[in-house]
Design a protein around this ligand. Structure first.
Ligand SMILES: Nc1ncnc2c1ncn2[C@@H]1O[C@H](COP(=O)(O)OP(=O)(O)OP(=O)(O)O)[C@@H](O)[C@H]1O
Ligand SMILES: [Mg+2]
Length: 436
């Protein structure tokens, strides 16, 4: 049975143009409405299974916090149903049930009481809460004197020490300092391992791919995409890109782009036509990726490589119209969708000349592979117009080519780095004399 069931959930806000309008409307019923209606959520449906970690992403104002507040029972929906099974501990943008006039300590006990813990039960937990929040003497100061980071530290600490079945967290990762962020992630991983259901709202897309089992993309109150975190994040990138493109054109030509580094050979050029896989593809169609290939040091196509090997990533594209500042490039990701590295002709300072309609260009990226952990990796080729800082995507293909890194060497973590180790060994201690 799902831990959370959301069916056709909608939320309408009433927006008043002037602060006094709400009162005015109340005082003269039947007269003209002074408010406008605004749907912050529209017909959103999804389930969350027990033990699942769900990430919710979307642009500012897309309805994420509204959704979490409804799940936490702080706000009522206008339409639809929302069923939550289990004890919820919510860590929301504002409030979190803390009273600013009371001290941190008093708030911890009041918060506990709201969640059904009496004073002795909270006393048992208090030390652990204080140790985790690590706000020192501020514990006995009124909460209104806290910085937003300190406030969040205490709220997070309470939320995870009250044995919730479901943890709802809105933007918690954004406020704390680095040490606290690590501590939060570690604790969230523990909660996950204990089989708790977790929903996090965040703008940290890397955290979504690393940490979540599934993700939702909200856009203008609607559920736009649901599924594997890396694919949902990609969809979000595409959405943002589209908006940027519609919002405004590209910067004017920069001087680095005028003198194109024409290393291109005219006449016969190598062209690759293979696109083994398309997970997601987007772009404005001004150019298209014709193919991507991974070549070994003998120039043969390869899907099995090893750390330290020299390889070439070859990307070919055809231009469907004149493109003044073309860029070819790729992104390398691991099997979890985490970006390991990326390169393109602009970033590498090897600029392509302006492209004419119908022209084909190929770029070879010659790489001495780092000692990556064994496993499968993917390459996503792209062709764009602009420069490193600002570009318009012509064609992007997600995970077009998947290849394997052979287990040659023992690699801890993502990759093996060149590390020189220096040891300092102290003198052997004198044997202890035992006098009886
Ligand atoms: N109390 C309210 N009254 C009127 N409109 C509101 C209210 N709260 C939120 N909204 C509007 O509802 C929309 C969704 O807001 P919400 O806070 O859920 O967005 P969000 O996705 O959490 O954004 P962010 O990424 O900025 O935190 C926004 O357009 C916001 O202006
Ligand atoms: Mg929000």
């Amino acid at each position: 049975m799902p831990a959370i069931q959301v069916r056709h959930l909608s939320k309408k806000y009433q927006i008043y143009r002037r602060p006094g309008d709400k009162l005015l409307e109340l005082l003269r019923p039947g007269r003209n409405q002074l408010h406008q209606e605004f749907w912050a959520l529209e017909d959103v449906s999804f389930n969350v299974e027990p033990g699942e970690t769900l990430g919710i992403i979307g642009q500012n104002g897309s309805g994420k916090s509204t959704l979490l507040q409804i799940l936490a029972g702080i706000m009522r929906q206008t339409r639809g149903d929302c069923l939550v099974r289990g004890k919820v501990s919510a860590l929301l943008e504002l409030g979190c049930g803390f009273n600013p006039e009371f001290t941190g300590r008093e708030n911890v006990f009041m918060n506990g009481a709201i969640l059904g813990f009496d004073t002795p039960a909270m006393e048992q937990r208090f030390d652990a809460i204080a140790r985790f929040a690590e706000i020192g003497d501020f514990m006995d100061q009124p909460v209104k004197t806290y910085s937003s980071g300190m406030f969040m530290r205490l709220a997070f600490s309470v939320a995870i020490h009250v044995d919730p079945d479901i943890l709802l967290a809105d933007e918690v990762l954004a406020v704390g300092d680095l040490v606290f962020q690590h501590r939060c992630m570690h604790r969230m991983n523990q909660l996950r391992a204990e089989g708790k259901t977790i929903i996090i709202v965040t703008h940290d897309l890397g955290a979504v791919t690393r940490f979540c089992d599934r993700a939702l993309l909200l856009d203008q109150g609607r559920l736009l995409e649901e599924g594997r975190p890396d694919l949902v994040v990609q969809r979000y990138h595409a959405l943002v890109f589209e908006r940027e493109r519609r919002y405004g054109g590209l910067d004017t030509v920069t001087s680095d782009q005028i003198s194109a580094d024409t290393t291109a050979v005219s006449g016969e050029i190598p062209v690759v036509h293979s696109i083994p896989n398309v997970d997601y593809r987007f772009g404005n169609g001004e150019a298209e990726v014709l193919g991507i290939e991974l070549l070994d040091d003998k120039g043969n196509s390869s899907r099995e490589v090893f750390g330290g090997q020299k390889v070439v990533v070859r990307v070919s594209a055809r231009f469907m119209q004149d493109v003044d500042r073309p860029i070819l490039g790729y992104t390398l990701r691991d099997r979890l969708g985490i970006e390991i590295s990326a390169c393109n002709t602009s970033y590498a300072g090897r600029l392509l000349p302006p492209a004419r309609k119908g022209q084909i260009m190929t770029s070879d990226f010659c790489i001495k592979l780092p000692h990556l952990a064994a496993g499968s990796y993917s390459l996503s080729p792209a062709v764009a117009r602009g420069n490193v800082l600002k570009h318009d995507m012509c064609d992007w293909i997600d995970n077009a080519l998947v290849f394997n890194v052979r287990p040659e060497d023992l690699v801890y973590g993502m990759l093996k780095m060149n590390v020189e180790v220096q040891n300092y060994v102290g003198a052997v201690p004198e044997p202890l004399t035992t006098d009886h």
